[in-house]
Design a protein around this ligand. Structure first.
Ligand code: HEM
Length: 282
């Protein structure tokens, strides 16, 4: 039976769809699947390593999208374009949900399964993920020491340095709120944006005021969207802690940290702190 002959109950393959292309298919030219699918190189025969590599790569891709959307949102806030900013933040919220769902293949890895390939990747650790640091810097969690490890990789270092020097997404939100007439303190707006963002009582009051106002106000919708984003980031961190606890208990990390204890402490780092603090005063 050739391709164009239909089997009973099956639609006929359409000859016009299956004509050969002169080179790569338009799909591959656009998506670069043939490049993407050559990037998985497990170092052992351990059955769980491929899932570990693919999951980590998939997470890197979601991080790339989230960073892209937050940059789009930042640019929109700088132009006082709330609609465009909300659209980008909404897309980032979906990407964050997908990022968190990507834990599934690793969620029940046992210590023996993880040990099957752990030694092979040596000092490699997600701690060295530059895209994760872009994400943290955009949240306002700036850190010069997190830049240092990338000095030997010029392109990565330059790109990350730029995100480090630029105002964060949250800085742009606060600038926007100020231009909307809300009393964001001068010392917050004029702060050195390379310092890690710290909660400010004046900004708590700004959000408290927004949350005490009309329930369908666009700025309250913005507060809720940012709270969703913060919650999803915190959930990623907690899920990571849970995966680590299951796969390696309290052993030290491949980058050299104490492992679980270090991650548990990192997981509590605030994301948009005033949005949480303001709720207690409404
Ligand atoms: C079995 C799975 C995993 C284990 C056991 C694990 C373990 C660890 C440990 C122990 C650390 C602390 C740093 C160190 O000393 O290495 C760490 C950090 C980190 N890991 Fe994982 N990890 C896993 C999967 C992943 C995946 C799939 C990603 C996705 C990219 C990831 C991203 C990160 C990031 C971004 C950090 C730094 C967190 C921070 O700076 O607060 N990890 N991981």
């Amino acid at each position: 039976m050739n391709d164009s002959t239909s089997a009973p109950g099956r639609p006929a393959a359409d000859d016009s769809l299956t004509q050969p292309f002169a080179g790569a298919s338009p799909y591959d030219t656009y998506v670069r699947a043939s490049v993407l699918n050559t990037l998985q190189h497990p170092l052992t025969e351990a059955p769980d390593e491929m899932g570990f590599v693919v999951t980590t790569q998939v997470m890197e891709l979601w991080l790339t999208l989230i960073v892209h959307e937050w940059r789009t949102a930042s640019t929109a806030f700088a132009k006082d374009d709330l609609d465009a900013a909300m659209d980008a933040l909404t897309r980032s919220r979906r990407a964050l949900s997908a990022l968190n769902a990507a834990w599934a293949p690793l969620a029940s890895l046992t210590p023996a399964q993880f040990n099957g390939f752990r030694a092979a990747f040596g000092q490699a650790s997600g701690f060295q993920s530059a895209m994760y640091r872009h994400m943290e810097f955009l949240l306002g969690d700036k850190s010069a020491s997190m830049l240092r490890m990338h000095r030997g990789d010029t392109a990565v270092h330059e790109a990350l340095s730029e995100t480090y020097r630029e105002p964060s997404l949250y800085d742009e939100v606060l600038g926007f709120l100020h231009r909307q007439g809300l009393p964001v303190p001068d010392e917050v707006r004029e702060r050195d944006v390379t310092d890690p963002y710290r909660s400010d009582p004046g900004v708590v009051e700004v959000w408290r005021r927004i949350y005490s106002g009309p329930q369908h106000h666009p700025l309250l919708a913005l507060g809720e969207l940012l709270t969703d984003v913060a919650e999803l980031v915190l959930r990623w961190r907690y899920d990571h802690v849970m995966v680590v606890r299951r796969a390696m208990g309290a052993k030290s990390g491949s980058a050299g940290s104490t492992g679980l204890a270090w991650l548990e402490q990192r997981a509590t780092r605030p994301v948009f702190p005033e949005l949480w603090e303001a709720r207690g005063g409404v």
